[in-house]
Design a protein around this ligand. Structure first.
Ligand code: RIB
Length: 319
């Protein structure tokens, strides 16, 4: 097994709308759909569809949504291990997508919050076979810390610090090799871990040297700040470790017809993990190009897990 994702599963309920409602306003939706989501599950599906052998550890309630989750995981070829929490529901999410493809999300973590460190570390066979362990912050952080600690020597530990979590700290970041915040998450981590205040809106416009210096304040991990349509910024403490020639650089995003940005970050992280697992001797830059392509394609489709492109689809579009 190459990629092990530890994280959340949600049932996403999605409404399309012309524009977001104001507080107190009722607006008619332009269509409804429901499907699998959750940052962890989305990233696992994204990885599997990029041809990495992928396993997933998550938590479910004992309800109809849980049955769907098991079927979907099997259909994607995931080796999924589920902690069953009979005293709560499977995670669920209400998502409103506007005409520009932007979203607003309301989330009930439910079972995801109960994912226990003991259940995670009990899946020793999955850790033993992992080249990349990928975690997010949509479960309790004790399970995230346990997963990172259980990663075997030589395994790449990758944290997508999403969504922002009040318990994230410098010790968490110190335990990873690669951290992939978006602008909001980056600003939050800087404040939390280094006591530096930077407005999330100003991150993308910072000069490269300044942004690199800020990334370095997070510790020794390589940092990839994802910047949406403006691509991403990469900052290394040790570029040679990643077969990269430069300590910091930017990569542009692919130009696509955006329909729904939900899960684009998950497509990026899952595809990045898959590429790093499949081709450990190639550069991080090479893996990022592939991840950016997968993320871009995912925005042309509605939904989260179901929007993740296959490797064949990425190759057909971008070569
Ligand atoms: O990143 C997108 C995901 O965030 C959605 O699938 C939703 O479940 C929320 O967790």
């Amino acid at each position: 097994m190459s990629v092990l994702v530890v994280g959340s599963y949600n049932q996403d309920h999605v409404w399309r709308i012309d524009r977001f409602p104001q507080p107190g306003e009722t607006r008619r939706g332009l269509g409804f759909s429901t499907g699998p989501g959750g940052k962890g599950f989305n990233q696992a599906v994204a990885s599997a569809r990029q041809q990495a052998q992928t396993a997933f550890i998550g938590a479910l309630g004992e309800d109809a949504l849980a049955r769907t989750a098991r079927e979907l995981a099997a259909a994607e070829g995931l080796d999924a291990r589920w902690q069953v929490c009979s005293d709560t529901t499977t995670g669920s999410c209400g998502i409103v997508v506007d005409a520009q493809g932007q979203n607003q999300i309301v989330l009930d973590l439910a079972a995801n919050e109960r994912l226990s460190p003991e259940f995670v570390t009990a899946q020793q066979d999955l850790f033993a076979g992992a080249r990349v362990v990928l975690v997010q912050m949509e479960t309790g952080l004790s399970s995230v810390r346990a997963a990172l600690a259980a990663a075997p020597a030589g395994c790449l530990r990758m944290l997508n610090p999403a969504p922002v979590h009040a318990d994230a700290d410098a010790a968490l970041i110190a335990g990873v090799d690669l951290v992939t915040p978006n602008e909001t998450e980056f600003a939050d981590l800087l404040a939390r871990c280094a006591g530096i205040d930077v407005g999330a809106d100003s991150v993308a416009a910072l000069g490269d040297a300044e942004l690199h210096a800020l990334c370095r304040r997070l510790g020794g991990a390589s940092v990839i700040v994802t910047l949406g349509a403006r691509g991403c910024f990469v900052s290394h403490a040790d570029a040679a470790r990643w077969h990269d020639g430069e300590a910091h650089y930017r990569l542009p995003s692919e130009r696509v017809q955006v329909r729904d940005t939900t899960g684009a970050g998950d497509a990026f992280n899952g595809a990045l993990a898959a590429r790093l697992a499949r081709f450990p001797q190639r550069s991080l830059r090479d893996a990022l190009i592939q991840a950016g392509r997968a993320a871009a394609l995912s925005t042309e489709r509605a939904g989260a897990a179901v929007a993740m492109p296959t490797l064949a689809e990425v190759q057909a579009r971008f070569g």
